[in-house]
Design a protein around this ligand. Structure first.
Ligand code: GDP
Length: 195
């Protein structure tokens, strides 16, 4: 998809704030700092429409972006901040669970992991949670520019093994620096929103 139009529609916490629209939705999740904002900005050809929203203390909201009047990207606040309180963590969990399990428009989740490291416990939990609810997942391994090409296969298999990756899902090596994986990501998303 060639994106010329992208705008934030609403920051929502509860279902009554979700946009009243039947457009398909693609949610994006990952630990803070994984490169989620950079991924979104790369896909929509912007420098900084999506900003890191996972900082502790900031309101944790689901940010809905309207893309080309064709779909919504739903930016899920980043997880994995050690300093976040139990109450905040519980609220985060409830917000995500409500969205994922109730939103009919949700077609797939882009689950971002850092290509350099074995997925964290929270990465694995997120993937298991999505699989449990039968949500199609596009796993995007970020910052691949930081790994020499000769090691890409090794890193791919470490990630897939740790996640117990479902071969029906899509796996993409991505870099917002080199734009590697951008077309592949759009192809996967377009396929999901048509289904
Ligand atoms: P978010 O917290 O998941 O939204 O992460 P950001 O998109 O804000 O990125 C976190 C940091 O990682 C920033 O310093 C980015 O410049 C850097 N970063 C993000 N994606 C990439 C990438 O593909 N390659 C490299 N080398 N750095 C990246």
């Amino acid at each position: 998809m060639k994106v010329h139009q992208a705008e934030i529609v609403i920051s929502a916490v509860s279902p009554k704030q979700y946009p009243e629209s039947d457009l398909p939705e693609i949610a994006l999740a990952g630990r803070s700092n994984v490169g989620k904002s950079s991924f979104i900005n790369t896909l929509i050809n912007r420098k900084n429409l999506a900003r890191t929203s996972g900082k502790p203390g900031k309101t944790q909201t689901l940010n809905f972006y309207l893309i080309e009047n064709a779909l919504h990207f739903v930016d899920v606040p980043g997880y994995g901040y050690a300093k976040v309180s139990k109450t905040e963590r519980a609220k985060w969990g409830e917000m995500i669970e409500t969205y994922i399990t109730s939103r009919k428009q949700l077609k797939a989740v882009v689950s971002l992991v850092d290509a350099r490291h074995e997925p964290s416990t929270e990465d694995v939990q997120m993937y298991e949670f999505l699989k449990y609810y039968g949500i199609p997942v596009i796993v995007v391994a970020t910052k691949i520019d930081k790994i020499p090409r000769g090691k890409w296969n090794k890193h791919t298999s470490v990630i897939k093994k740790k996640l117990d990756f479902d071969p029906k899902d899509t796996f993409i090596l991505f870099s917002s620096e080199t734009k590697q994986g951008k077309e592949e990501a759009w192809k996967a998303i377009e396929k999901m929103i048509k289904e």
